[in-house]
Each structure stands twice: as C-alpha cells, then as structure tokens.
Write a protein that binds this ligand. Structure first.
Ligand code: PLP
Length: 393
C-alpha cells in the first residue's frame, strides 16, 4: 500500500469507545433514547457554566480581525498569565506565562509532549488499565508503549512493577489521576514512591525519566485531594484540558505546563513549541483562549456526577455487582460477570446496556461505565442490570 500504513491501521481499527457510542446513537434513533442505557463515552452531561456563555458574548464584541486572527503559537499572553496565576493561587507555585503552551485540549497536550520528548526506539510506560488513545499517541511519536498493571487491589501505581519495567530505552511515564477508566486518585505517598523509583532508576540508566501528568479530571473528585504532581517529582510535565472541568470537549482548549522547577525547563519549552509546530497545530482556538482568560477560576460543577455516582454504585451493589469505588472522574470500573469482558459486553448490549469492555484499556475482566449521563438513565437502567445479573445465576 502506498499510503501510510500506521495511519490506515489506526483508522481501520477505530476507537471502541467511539464505535459503541455511535452504535448507542443509532440504537436510540431506532428504539427511543429512553430505552438505551449508553455508558460509553466521557462526554460531560453537566452544561458549561453560564460564565462561559457570558464570556463568549463579551468576546464576540471584539473587532472580527482581532477575534478570529492567529494568536502567538503558545497562546495569548493574557490567557497564559491567567492560567499561571490561577495555578499559583491553588498550588503555592510561582509559574509564569512562559511556562505554559496553550493547546487544542488534552489530546493535543499529550501528543505535543510526547513528540517533544521521545526519539525513535524510546519507551513510554502507561499504567494499565489506561486511556486507549495513549498507545496511539505514543506510537505516533515513534516510541513503544509499555504497559504496567496497576496494583490489582487498590488500583494505585504499582511502583515496584514500574521499577522493573524501566529499561535504558525508557523516556517517560504517563499517569492520569483522577484516573480514566478506574476513578482512582493516586495518593501523595504513591506519587512520592513513584518519584523515588523514577529518580533512582533514571540515575541507573544514565538519563532522566519524565513524568507526563495527564489531568483533565483534576477538579472532579469526591472528597479526596489530588496531589500536585510537580511537587512530588521535578521532571514532571502537566497536560490539562477544559473538556471535562468546564464541559467544553468540542471546543478543544487546554495547555501544557513545563513547571519552572523542571531542571530541563528551557529545552523542554522549545521542544514543546517545536512539536506543536511540527504537528501543525498553529495555535489553540482563539475565541476559547479569550474565554479561558476570563473563566479560569470557574468552579467545576460536580453535584450531578456525585449524585449519579451514588445512584449507580448503590443500585449496582444492591444487585450484587462488584466495582472499584471511584474517588474522582466520572467512570465506574465494574467487574464483568465472566472473565471475557467482550462476551459480558455482548450480553449487556442485548439488554440495551452499553458499557466499554476493559480489553480496550489494556486488561481483561472488567467494563467501564461513564456516569456522565442523565440521572434518569442510571435509575431507569437498573431493571436491565437486574436481568443481566439473572442471566448469570
Ligand atoms: N486523557 C484522558 C484520561 C481522557 O479521558 C481524555 C478524554 O476523554 C483525554 C485525555 C483527551 O481529552 P481532550 O478532549 O481534552 O482532548
């Protein structure tokens, strides 16, 4: 074939999350939305805050050439400063706008960061179960994706397993807390242990190992604190987006932060800018850079997710399902009722329940339920979950 084989393969294989979501949409059109219980995709069900709409309306008054023009590649200075000031207030840091590069959401932040870091033949560690696009972005950057299973009891990072997986080719590790798909939040102790492993093993292999902290769910938590990762490990790069915290996934706005405490800060900022250029991003959406400058401190509305989480966990536990109690994000990691998660998914689908089988996330035996859905979807799905359970009795 004369076209790019890797791109063809990624396109032909498709994302199973998106495939299931597309099936869900078609099925809703067929039998009515109220009869399909689609827990597949992480599209926020909470509307974007009113302040976002107000900021859009204010920005729309700007002269069109200013509003729609290119911005600097790293983003408008006022937007980057607003983000830096906000982080400084929250995490007692002293970041400046020169530490930030605005992006088209977390997908772009991570792709850019990986392209900034890796050379062909490098390895990047992910903690399984993991967000499936990590593999796509790692391989596209020319590196190999190395899976390390999380601790099977706690779903914290198994730092001994990470230490064992590090080779001279290891360039980086991606962590995501609050975690998609499990909902776990890595404790300060777990991150301190990871930092120790990365430092020690980095010294042994003779070059630093970077920690890419993917944080689109940072604000969506249920009574636990999410430690600030650069405080635990100095060679951290933070990737963020407003897709979930401000419910703006279609607007494509986020950032990469190379903290000024990172010893390789200057080279990394050049490499980040170079990767953004290389990948053709040009600049993040101009309107939403301006909106961001005004809304950066807007609190995330988590009440609906907290209510959904409570209804879903209570309902499923009463029926006898096992799951990991989520500490953050809006996903529930539920044990499949048979070892083959795909087979379990097919049986769930027959009752119009659409979870995502865990094979997509790099392990077997579980399914992920996105509870960023309407409350009614959760409540009304319970009879179907009951019938599914009865099939296994
Ligand atoms: N990282 C994780 C863990 C995610 O769950 C997602 C989206 O669901 C992304 C990155 C990509 O987010 P964005 O829509 O901001 O590109």
């Amino acid at each position: 074939m004369s076209i790019n084989e890797k791109s063809y393969a990624f396109g032909a294989a498709k994302s199973s999350i998106r495939e299931i979501a597309a099936y869900g949409a078609a099925r809703k059109a067929e039998i009515g939305a109220e009869n399909v219980f689609d827990f597949s995709i992480g599209n926020p069900s909470v509307p974007a805050p009113e302040s976002v709409r107000a900021a859009i309306e204010r920005c729309a008054q700007l002269p069109p050439t200013e509003l729609h023009g290119y911005t600097p590649a790293a983003g408008l200075p006022q937007a980057r400063k607003a983000v830096a000031d906000s982080l400084n207030r929250r995490f007692s840091t002293s970041y400046g706008l020169e530490d930030l590069y605005l992006t088209c959401g977390a997908a772009a932040s991570i792709s850019i960061t990986l392209h900034a870091l890796v050379n062909p033949g490098d390895e990047v560690i992910v903690i399984a179960p993991y967000f499936p696009e990590y593999r796509v972005w790692i391989e596209t950057a020319g590196a190999t994706c190395v899976e390390v299973m999380a601790d099977p009891e706690t779903f914290q990072i198994d730092t001994a397993a990470v230490a064992a997986a590090i080779t001279p080719a290891t360039k980086a590790i991606i962590v995501d807390s609050p975690n998609n798909p499990v909902g776990s939040v890595y404790s300060a102790q777990n991150l301190a242990d990871l930092a120790q492993v990365l430092t020690t093993r980095g010294e042994e292999i003779g070059h630093p190992i970077y920690l890419v902290s993917d944080e689109p769910y940072r604000e969506i938590t249920y009574g636990v604190e999410v430690p600030w990762v650069p405080a635990a490990y100095e060679r951290t790069i933070v990737c963020y987006s407003y897709s979930k915290s401000l419910s703006l996934p279609g607007e494509r706005i986020g950032w990469v932060l190379v903290p000024n405490t990172n010893p390789d800060h200057d080279e990394l900022m050049f490499a980040v800018a170079g990767a953004g250029r290389k990948l053709g991003f040009v600049c993040a959406p101009a309107l939403f850079q301006r909106v961001l400058a005004e809304c950066v401190d807007e609190p995330t509305d988590i009440d609906a997710y907290a209510r959904n989480r409570e209804a879903l966990t209570r309902g499923l536990s009463e029926l006898g399902y096992e799951y990991i109690e989520p500490q953050g994000a809006f996903y529930l990691w539920v044990k499949a009722l048979e070892p083959d998660a795909e087979a379990f998914f097919r049986k769930a689908k027959a009752f119009e329940i659409l979870p995502v089988p865990s094979d997509s996330f790099g392990c077997g035996g579980w399914v992920r339920l996105g509870y960023c859905v309407s409350y009614d979807t959760i409540v009304n799905s319970m009879p179907a979950w009951k019938k599914l359970m009865e099939q296994y009795r």
